[in-house]
Design a protein around this ligand. Structure first.
Ligand SMILES: [Zn+2]
Length: 392
């Protein structure tokens, strides 16, 4: 009999296993198809959606990280975020701009990017915050030389975060927290690295609008705003801003030490646990049902002849794995990718899609609408929309 560990957020022995997840093909966060057979659970105490932290799951994560490549599908370049106009900007640059424009950062200070990857955020920080002193932290030393070459970088830390010796005015951690089996432990460590007025900036996928996030085998926790807020508060942080409006399908947080300034309102009481976990389970079951219907509709489209797939990241790669023999090309608006190949097929700009072709859009309906509107202006090929679903 399979045993289920306790919730890795609240510690309660209350995980409810989600039926049907084990049948879905998975994908890694560095965009490699990963076999079906995973487990997914919702905590009946805190409502958090998570991968049960079993020995099998830990060994899968170890296998994934031992051969990990940051931004694999983009030749090492950070993914761009596209506005409805189609103009793209690097995600970390967008995040830093919001921070600089809205949160009055001083002209200089010490900044740590925890989980700095290939240094994309630190490079953008060097342009936007030139007088700041920078540091990066990663699991290992493999990227030390390129991080240390970024203007303003004074330190690079590899290994355990508890070994980082100094405090910072700004700590950023982008797409890191969802990988940790014990997010509160890592947050407590990061809080301890802040000077009294320091800011912690966090970016994670938003489970409400990112059904594909469930498929990522090495994502330990799938955050909603409610779950994330609880985790932040429990970790000794006061949340200045928690928003889904900065970057599509992601949650952005600006937080600091929890010592409340005078006159700060106390947060409203959370809804009862029973209500929270049932809503979480309903959402996850809806996501799994929609992903199954999306896969089936792509297979049905493939039966009718060759198709193009819009996108070259997680969603498109996962879908392509189900219809690989029928894919004629990929479509992308990111000029860094156009002209290359992906999974052995050409990557075309929408303007290059052949007349009369069919292009499958592997996104949630609201997001697919925005893409479909842009593509409709070209009016030369058929856009195959995803199945209906509600993602809020
Ligand atoms: Zn829990």
């Amino acid at each position: 009999m399979m045993t289920t560990p306790s919730c890795h957020l609240c510690g309660h022995d209350a995980l409810h296993e989600v039926a049907g997840y084990g049948r879905l093909l998975r994908i890694t966060s560095d965009v490699r198809i990963w076999p079906a057979g995973g487990r997914l659970a919702v905590c009946r105490a805190c409502g958090a959606v998570q991968k049960p932290a079993t020995a099998a799951w830990r060994s899968e994560c170890q296998a994934i990280y031992s051969t990990y490549v940051v931004y694999r599908q983009n030749g090492g370049n950070e993914q761009a975020v596209f506005a409805s106009s189609g103009g793209g900007e690097a995600r970390s640059l967008l995040l830093l701009r919001k921070l600089v424009d809205g949160f009055g950062l001083p002209s200089d200070g010490h900044h740590l990017d925890f989980g700095c990857g290939d240094g994309s955020l630190l490079r953008n920080a060097a342009a936007l915050l030139p007088a700041w002193k920078r540091a990066g932290a990663e699991l290992n030393d493999s990227r030390r030389p390129e991080i240390e070459a970024i203007p303003g970088v004074e330190d690079f830390y590899a290994g355990s975060p508890s070994a980082i010796p100094r405090r910072f005015d700004l700590v950023t951690t982008v797409h890191v927290l969802e990988h940790f089996e014990r997010p509160m432990a890592i947050l407590s460590t990061l809080v301890g690295m802040l000077v009294p007025d320091g800011k912690l900036v966090i970016e994670v996928p938003d489970l409400r609008t990112s059904p594909f996030d469930l498929l990522i085998a090495d994502h330990a926790t799938h955050f909603t705003p409610a779950v994330l807020r609880n985790v932040l508060t429990e970790s000794g942080l006061y949340v200045d801003c928690l928003t889904d409006s900065w970057i599509p399908r992601e949650l952005s947080v600006v937080a600091r030490h929890a010592a409340l300034p005078e006159g700060t309102a106390v947060l409203p009481t959370d809804p009862p646990a029973d209500q929270v976990w049932r809503a979480s389970l309903e959402r996850v079951e809806h996501h799994i049902d929609w992903l199954t219907r999306l896969r089936d509709s792509a297979r049905a489209a493939a039966v009718a002849g060759p198709v193009g797939i819009f996108g070259t990241s997680i969603a498109a790669t996962w879908l392509a794995a189900h219809v690989s023999d029928s894919i004629a090309f990929f479509v992308d608006e990111d000029m860094q990718r156009v002209g290359g190949t992906y999974l052995g097929r050409p990557i075309l700009h929408p303007r290059q899609v052949p007349d009369g072709a069919r292009v499958f859009v592997a996104h949630t309906p609201a997001f697919a609408d925005k893409i479909a509107c842009r593509l409709a202006e070209l009016d030369r090929f058929t856009v195959i929309r995803p199945p209906d679903g509600v993602f809020v």
